[in-house]
Design a protein around this ligand. Structure first.
Ligand SMILES: NC(=O)c1ccc[n+]([C@@H]2O[C@H](COP(=O)([O-])OP(=O)(O)OC[C@H]3O[C@@H](n4cnc5c(N)ncnc54)[C@H](O)[C@@H]3O)[C@@H](O)[C@H]2O)c1
Length: 340
């Protein structure tokens, strides 16, 4: 198959691109490099031993998108699009909500419009566990109530609603929505991983920088939550398991799906770890110290979040195979490459 990935040089897109290439599919990558580097393309090619078609540009530029789709379709039909491109930092979205509306929502509308023009209607969309109502009991099931608590989560939920309306009006669209929990770890080669500039928003890159001495200490936000050790519990999923989840979703979408359209799946492990458990696992796995300090709770944070994985297991025949130690080991190896 030939699959187009928007945001394909980003953290999750690059790992998915590797999986697709390793399974023998053709990939076309679009990225404006606003949160990734061109060296990721070289590293994907090094890992897979084959070239990827890459177009640098913005999904909000319909002329650019049209040109890429037409050029690539002349060679071979594009079977599906996986839409990763977007901004993802919760705190930034509170500071600059309009940027988030513009890039995530308007960008998706532009993509959908050009896909419709070009008769490509198979779409996988990257959504997030942040759409769930934090008052719902864990584990979150796909049908649980939604009530995002920040602009980033709002953009994901609004896009989900748009995709539901689109599929209802135009059933020739074939849409899968994947709600990721907390992606972590890096590719086993150590060549690609999450590469945030400045102070990271996510726990693992933050731990990595603290362990390497690039940041003085990790701030643990709150130790008085109703969890066993008082720190927040999250469902961390190895990014390579997540990438494989996309392969499973693609297969189900293009071969044997049920009536539901869009179909929504949680991609998580179904098990939560607290911040202190992760610090301990990281220290043990890599034989390093992670300096940390307890800080005040962050507005909008919740005590528990983890996925119900039953639907993905049953319908996608997919489940995670890597654990917390793999995540700790692989991100440390990536950190040693001095890319972070
Ligand atoms: N990483 C997470 O914790 C997480 C969790 C849930 C959902 N998601 C979603 O998954 C998707 C991928 O996340 P990621 O962690 O790989 O993020 P990322 O920032 O590493 O990757 C996104 C990529 O999209 C590109 N991009 C952004 N806006 C663009 C635009 N307008 N045009 C073209 N390219 C653009 C960026 O340069 C980047 O390479 C995002 O939509 C994100 O919201 C991520």
């Amino acid at each position: 198959m030939k699959i187009l990935l928007t945001g394909g040089l980003g953290y999750i897109g690059s790992h998915t691109c590797i999986c697709l290439k390793e399974a023998g599919h053709d990939t076309v990558v679009i990225d404006n490099l606003c949160n990734s580097k061109i060296s990721v393309k070289d590293n994907i090619e090094k890992i897979t031993g084959s070239e990827i078609a890459f177009y640098e540009g913005d999904i909000r530029d319909r002329g650019f998108l049209r040109d890429v789709f037409q050029r690539e379709q002349r060679k071979q039909k594009i079977d599906a699009v996986i839409h990763f491109a977007g901004h993802k930092a919760v705190a930034d979205s509170v500071e600059e909500p309009i940027d988030y509306f513009e890039n995530n929502i308007a960008g998706t509308i532009d993509l959908l419009a050009v896909m419709e023009e070009e008769n490509i209607r198979n779409l996988i969309f990257s959504s997030s566990a942040t759409v769930y109502d934090p008052k719902s009991p864990v584990p979150y099931k796909e049908n649980d109530p939604k009530s995002p608590v920040n602009p980033y989560g709002e953009t994901k939920y609004i896009i989900e609603r748009m995709l539901c309306s689109l599929a209802a009006s135009k059933p020739s669209w074939n849409i899968v929505i994947l709600r990721y929990f907390n992606p972590a770890g890096a590719h086993k080669s150590g060549l690609i991983g999450e590469d945030p500039g400045g102070i990271p928003n996510n726990l693992f890159p933050y731990i990595l920088k603290a362990a390497k001495g690039e940041l003085p200490a990790l701030s643990v936000f709150g130790n008085d939550y109703p969890t066993p050790d008082g720190t927040g519990v999250r469902d961390y999923i190895h990014v390579s398991d997540l990438a494989e989840g996309h392969m499973a979703a693609l297969k189900t979408m293009l071969t044997g799906r049920g009536e539901e359209n869009p179909t929504v799946y949680n991609l998580g492990t179904g098990r939560g770890y607290s911040v202190l458990e992760i610090i301990e696992a990281f220290e043990k796995t890599n034989n390093v110290k992670v300096p940390y300090m307890i800080a005040a709770r962050r507005a909008g944070d919740i005590a528990w979040s983890f996925a119900s994985t039953e639907k993905a297991k049953k319908e996608l025949h997919w489940e995670t195979t890597r654990g917390i130690y793999d995540m700790c080991r692989d991100i440390w190896r990536f950190g040693q490459e001095d890319l972070v």
